[in-house]
Design a protein. Structure first.
Length: 274
């Protein structure tokens, strides 16, 4: 069986293609998602199967230690954006995104052969060892905790065709659950008006709590072909956020200061947690 790879473009790349600031494209995509969600809830004909996530999927990226919103844009999403553009601008974007998805399809065909050919084309262990050594050095300089460096090492060996049979600490059931802001929002029932977990509201609350470094964990992740590190939080931080909400009577607006020093507020709705 061939491995299925989801083909999407990062909204930052799409913004460059259409000549928009990324924050403005994110704003536009949010409005498109709301429109699609409205049609999904309104449409009684199930054959149409309008699913916003088939077009756009909410995501985040790290920059200088801070988390920012972005979207994974599927081919349908690119078509949706192209239909909002007019004239030569729309034609140029259509040509560019079609070429990008074509390139991805070609890459997938080249990179994912059948299992037998995969073994023949597998990198020599010496090359993999050197690659892992370089990744470990980068993660250690980024102060990623050793247990998560080990987990990333295991992932690299496995993805490159060398199974790691030794148990790591991350394999044990006793490893604490870690949360990012999106997972906390879902766990606590904090949502936006569009029905998405409101990670920005959770991030705003965490900043008010002045969480010590001992309660945060820097972990490695791989997304859209890019390796990076991200901040996650221990269960105690989830409890602190929950307590803050109770002490502040579950406010509908949560103020925060944006990256430019402007005062803003997250509008939230609360949903029951199953």
């Amino acid at each position: 069986m061939k491995k299925q790879i989801e083909q999407t473009l990062d909204s930052r790349e799409v913004a460059e293609m259409v000549g928009k600031e990324h924050k403005n494209l994110v704003r536009d995509i949010r409005s498109y998602v709301e429109e699609l969600s409205f049609l999904k809830n309104k449409e009684s004909d199930s054959r149409l199967k309008i699913e916003p996530s088939d077009f756009f999927q909410e995501n985040t990226y790290m920059k200088r230690g801070k988390e920012y919103p972005c979207f994974k844009v599927a081919k349908k999403g690119c078509e949706f954006i192209a239909n909002k553009l007019t004239g030569i601008k729309g034609t140029e974007f259509t040509a560019r995104y079609i070429n990008r998805f074509h390139d991805m399809e070609v890459t997938i065909k080249d990179v994912i052969p059948n299992q037998k050919q995969d073994k023949l084309n597998r990198l020599p262990l010496s090359s993999v060892n050197m690659m892992v050594k370089n990744v470990m050095s980068t993660l250690e300089k980024a102060k990623v905790e050793p247990v998560y460096v080990a987990a990333e090492v295991k992932r690299l060996y496995t993805d490159l065709g060398y199974e790691v049979k030794a148990l790591l600490l991350t394999d044990k059931e006793t490893m604490p659950k870690l949360y990012d802001c999106t997972e906390m929002a879902r766990e606590l029932g904090i949502y936006s008006n569009s029905g998405k977990p409101h990670y920005q509201a959770v991030s705003a609350i965490i900043k008010k709590l002045h969480i010590p470094d001992s309660e945060t964990v820097t972990t490695a992740f791989s997304r859209n072909g890019h390796d990076d590190v991200t901040i996650q939080y221990k269960p105690s931080v989830l409890e602190d956020v929950k307590l803050w909400l109770a002490e502040n009577n579950y406010p509908m607006r949560i103020p925060y200061i944006d990256s430019k020093g402007n005062s803003k507020a997250c509008t939230v709705v609360y949903q029951e947690v199953a």
